[in-house]
Write a new protein. Sequence first.
Length: 267
Amino acid sequence: MIRLDGVGQVFEGREGRVVALEEIDLHVKPNEFVTLIGRSGCGKSTLLRLIAGLLPPTSGAVSVAGEPVTRPRRDVSFMFQRPALLPWRSVLSNVMLPVEIDGGDGDRGRAAYRDRAHDLLDLVGLKGFERRLPYELSGGMQQRVSLCRSLIRDPQVMLMDEPFSALDALTRTELSEELQRIKMELATTIVFVTHSIEEAVVLADRVVVLTPRPGRLREVVDIDIPRPRSLGQNAHLTEVAQISGLLHGLLAEKSVDDLRPVDEVRP
């Protein structure tokens, strides 16, 4: 579903070049859940933006569903760290925003999407909140609205950039479980960025570990734990802890550039 072949990304700044990503080769299968972890600044969010078509790669090629990515696609959704809901629009109206931007496929199409919006809100436990404004919702409820907005157009691919990072631990756990349930019901390919190693293990089919900048693929770890998973389930605690320990070790390893003399490290 997603292919990155030899992808590199360089940014030109006032103080010189910054190499964000280097020689990334990653293939994500249809309906797979992949999480990306790595130290701050290693290029995780940049990688999502390349897949989304929000940023052209400096080198290499990115494709989705067999087609080169040259611009944003309607079948690829992007969920950010914060809900980014429009405060003057109701919950239902916020969910419907991507449909309005795209034209809605005519009146009949808009009606069908409105029905889908109601179904999605019901799916995430927000039935009855359709007419509420964002300020009337908790942070977790707002992220549920954002999740529905990401799903409204039946995306083939969902890109999620630390969407639960600002939430308290209990709400974060609840939404992680909710996302797994939705994933099993709606066949969607997901690439999810997180700084929480345990969250990465609980959610993923595979965890991709990136090196410190420039971001390279350090390791790809398969997660073979039955779903649904939860940190609150004793049956999973030992397996999650073992894999999390492995990932902690990989993140703690020094990169090639860390081992070079300072004057040899690229700017």
